[in-house]
Design a protein around this ligand. Structure first.
Ligand SMILES: [Zn+2]
Length: 365
């Protein structure tokens, strides 16, 4: 026996029970303390001074990296987000092709046709320097805090789950592509809030000051959007925060841990169901879009094909417009174009009216 830190409860030589050691070692400085006084989860238990040091380090921005333990996941996320922002910036200014690859990442009408993965890819797309800088700074603090306590995989899962739920909330309510990871940032923050009582690293990072900062930011974004200064995905903030609180509450108490896989299933279910989720003004847009897609778009494609056919016939007759008009094939094509266009006009008169949000933004890019 006598193994330092060994948790055996029986003495094999004498056959009598000896009290199991109630202390554990701090993973940073090695100091032993009662398990209840240590911060964090195994194997990253911390004594109080070390946990305080973690907290202080979290608040120091721009500090050079001193160790990679506890920040691999956060660095990985930043290594996706930051280069993608540069590529996005170039694409919006005409470099890097026509930007079709970028539109394929963003949430837009194709979600209603089943492209649910856009809720995931859009988390990594950012517009504007402030957008990406604020989010990266917040991720650096909150992502590392969650990662330090629960590891990079758990941090990544909380990031994805809360980001996706935030994106779905935004998409379900508002006809504007909500891009960026701010929903996931609020999710990571929300995740730490219920953990403050059971997890001292969370308590150290998510103190009153941090919670106030998070809530002030939430409210400020709503105000800035309402007065029209900025267009911010507030539903994504709210949805991410709420889902983070739910996940944190499930993890906070050992007895509720069984709820964690359930929360994961619910997230996946929401993602799968997202093509059918449309609330508020988005409901009218969805109805209109699906009708347009099914009824009008085939006619538009037919019209485009006929126009091309007419052009080809005109080109065959050269400059002689009179000769083209006498061609029976050409006359048939022109008549067909007129018929298709009349049909489109009739459909648009009798179909569902263009919803107000689409009248404002003039359809998808
Ligand atoms: Zn220590």
């Amino acid at each position: 026996m006598g193994r330092p830190g060994g948790g055996c409860g029986a003495d094999l030589w004498y056959g009598r029970r000896v009290p199991a050691p109630a202390t554990s070692a701090c993973s940073t400085c090695g100091r032993r303390a009662p398990r209840a006084d240590l911060f964090g989860v195994e194997p990253d238990l911390l004594c109080e001074p070390c946990a305080r040091a973690v907290r202080e380090r979290m608040f120091v921005r721009y500090r050079p990296l001193v160790r990679t333990h506890g920040q691999t996941g956060t660095l990985t996320l930043l290594a996706i987000v930051l280069p993608l922002f540069v590529a996005t910036h170039l694409a919006r200014h005409g470099a890097l092709g026509d930007g079709a690859w970028l539109r394929a990442l963003e949430p837009w009408f194709p979600i209603w046709e089943g492209e649910v993965w856009r809720h995931v890819t859009s988390l990594f797309v950012h517009v504007g320097v402030l957008h990406v800088v604020f989010n990266a700074m917040a991720l650096w603090t909150l992502g590392r805090a969650v990662e330090y306590a629960f590891g990079p995989v758990a941090m990544g899962l909380v990031f994805l789950a809360t980001g996706v739920v935030g994106s779905i909330a935004q998409w379900a309510m508002v006809t504007a592509p909500g891009v960026g990871m701010s929903g996931a940032i609020f999710g990571l923050g929300g995740f730490l809030i219920p953990l403050r009582t059971s997890h001292p690293v969370a308590a150290a990072v998510m103190d009153r000051r941090m919670i106030n900062m998070l809530l002030t930011w939430l409210v400020l974004c709503v105000v800035l959007t309402e007065v029209g200064t900025l267009r911010i995905a507030n539903w994504a903030h709210g949805g991410g925060l709420l889902w983070g609180l739910v996940l944190g509450a499930a993890v906070a108490h050992r007895r509720r841990r069984g709820l964690v896989p359930l929360a994961g299933l619910l997230t996946a279910g929401l993602l799968a169901a997202s093509p059918w989720i449309a609330l508020g003004e988005q409901q009218a847009v969805r109805t209109w879009h699906l009708w347009y897609r099914e009824r009008v778009e085939p006619l538009l494609a037919r019209d485009a094909a006929l126009v091309e056919r007419a052009r080809a016939l005109e080109a065959r007759h050269g400059d002689d417009a009179g000769q083209a008009r006498e061609d029976p094939e050409y006359a048939r094509v022109r008549a067909e174009i007129d018929r298709v266009r009349a049909e489109i006009e009739a459909l648009e008169r009798t179909g569902p009216p263009l919803p107000p949000p689409l009248r404002r933004i003039q359809g998808p890019p």
